[in-house]
Design a protein around this ligand. Sequence first.
Ligand SMILES: [Zn+2]
Length: 138
Amino acid sequence: MERVERIVKKWYEGLEEGKLLGRRCPECGHIEFPPHYACNECGHLDTEWCEISGKAYATCFIPQSMMQNNPGLTEEYGDFMWAIVQIEEGDILDGMNTVVLKVGEDRLEELNAKLPVPVKPCIVQRDGYKMLFWELDE
Ligand SMILES: [Zn+2]
């Protein structure tokens, strides 16, 4: 548990500095992002810190209206969609924080027709901490 707290702390410290941190496996070179101690590719039990380039592509857009969860972003950031995002280093992000800001469902068809769509990190200040979201890189 203590190790998990440390990794979460380091992740947020990275965001404060505008850095995206992952963990590289010394055995197979796989990069875990968001960071995990163990490698999900080969099962090696230790990985080391590395910085992620931030180059990424959305491979699917999911309209907000299809999701139960609304993280309360609309008031602050306007329209957004959910997405599956693959970083240049390989890992695929698909979860609660994989949100593409500043893009509305009116662009869903257009964007899904030209996948993969380049996206870039968008680190935003929320209640006392920073969070990683994405925005279109166009
Ligand atoms: Zn590995």
